[in-house]
Write a protein that binds this ligand. Structure first.
Ligand SMILES: [Zn+2]
Length: 420
């Protein structure tokens, strides 16, 4: 007989309305939501789950994660990790995300070689391991010396650095056409490309471009021919404008945004995952946390601080389709996606816009809005519960009390694992 569950909600954010509804109940048959409303008729043998002390939401989604670190301090050792270790780190992150109420994640590519990330996604989908549902961009396609070129960490020793060059870093349209096809062949759900430098990696900085127009065009066109979306790590406005012109689906960061470029995002419907987390300490002047970055990253962050602040205001005041993504890898643990909520609320973002970005909008960006992202009949039962006040408490997502994915209840844990 089909398993039936009824959740009694203290308050309900359904991912659709800008309100917290009271006295709502959710009826679940197997892994699907079948009814949402007040005083529902209770079928025989229904298991009642009383969450009347919690605010119930759709399972949260983080649209920008780098999961191949067990802890953030390992950032500069990625190059020396085996693929096996990296694959296990992805699984670790997916498990930690789930137990913190994030039922889906989008992995934004990183080294090393190999496609272990796809294995992690598949074993979770098959129910062999608990973990967040995943959409994966396997690697960061880009030019030599760009942020995902991990051999940069050995650039003081050119012969050694050359030997460490990753296979998805290169140049020329033919090279990138083949790389896009390889990413799709081995299980990538979308293509992640690096167009500009970065704040946190040892490269030329956020204004530098590492790919030419013909390389960008071939990447976007080849992916679209294979029916896969493309997103780009990008900062400067002239590059964002170019990507919109070339027909890219979305972008990540955009932290040097101006009003003219924001208007182009709005007109074209291109999404942006602004990843406020890596820049929050800089914007708030939190010296203790800024000091945890490398000297090179600190120098870049300080140099660009005024533009980062202005850009944040422009993004928050815009009507850009915004995805919620933490970019966790460099300072906080990869699975502490709740931190992005703090950043949005402290930036003056409306809590309902933030919650929608982390649920319904992100489900659309991940291409899974037909199955998750809202609490309504027909959707999979991906549901989370929180005891803190989501409308007033910017750290409310740091303590998850209940999580269900695909109709199954999993244990929650808010522990930070930092002693590996
Ligand atoms: Zn990232």
């Amino acid at each position: 007989m089909e398993n039936k569950k009824l959740i009694i909600c203290g308050k309900l954010f359904d991912g659709i309305k800008d309100e917290l509804q009271s006295n709502m109940e959710i009826l679940i048959h197997g892994n699907k939501i079948v009814e949402v409303g007040k005083n529902l008729v209770r079928p025989q043998n229904v298991e009642v789950i009383d969450l009347s002390h919690l605010t119930v939401t759709p399972g949260m989604i983080d649209a920008h994660i780098h999961g191949n670190l067990m802890k953030w301090q390992e950032m500069d050792t990625i190059l020396f990790q085996s693929e096996g270790y990296s694959t296990l780190a992805f699984l670790h992150t997916a498990q930690r995300c789930l137990e913190r109420g994030f039922t889906s994640i989008r992995v934004n590519g990183m080294g090393p070689e190999g496609f272990g990330i796809v294995d992690v996604k598949n074993v979770i989908d098959r129910g062999l391991f608990p973990g967040a549902r995943m959409k994966v961009g396997c690697h960061m396609l880009g030019g030599t010396g760009m942020p995902g070129d991990m051999s940069m960490y050995a650039s003081a020793n050119p012969p050694a650095s050359e030997k460490m060059q990753l296979s998805f870093i290169g140049s020329g349209p033919d090279f990138f056409r083949n790389q896009v096809r390889r990413e799709v062949k081995y299980g990538g759900d979308f293509i992640k490309v690096f167009i500009s430098g970065s704040f946190l990696s040892p490269d030329g900085g956020p204004d530098i471009c590492y790919l030419s127009d013909d390389e960008l065009r071939i990447i976007i066109n080849t992916a679209h021919e294979l029916d896969k979306p493309v997103t780009s790590h990008v900062y400067p406005c002239h590059m964002m404008k170019k990507l919109i012109e070339f027909g890219i689906d979305g972008m990540e960061h955009g932290a040097l945004m101006d009003e003219e470029t924001a208007a182009l995002f709005e007109e074209s419907g291109t999404y942006l995952v602004p990843t406020f987390t890596p820049f929050q300490d800089m914007i708030e002047g939190n010296e203790e946390y800024i000091a945890q970055n490398t000297a090179d990253a600190q120098m870049k962050l300080r140099k660009y601080a005024p533009i980062l602040k202005k850009s944040r205001e422009i993004i928050c005041n815009s009507k850009i389709k915004l995805g919620f993504g933490s970019d966790l890898c460099a300072v906080h643990q990869p699975y502490e996606s709740w931190y992005e909520y703090r950043c949005w609320i402290r930036s003056g973002m409306d809590p309902f816009r933030t919650l929608k970005s982390a649920t319904a909008v992100n489900a659309n960006i991940l291409g899974i809005d037909h199955i998750v992202g809202t609490i309504e009949p027909g959707k999979l039962a991906d549901i989370a519960g929180w005891h803190r006040d989501l409308l007033k408490d910017c750290d409310a997502l740091s303590e998850c009390d209940f999580v269900m994915k695909d109709g199954i209840v999993y244990p929650t844990s808010n522990k930070v694992i930092d002693t590996l």
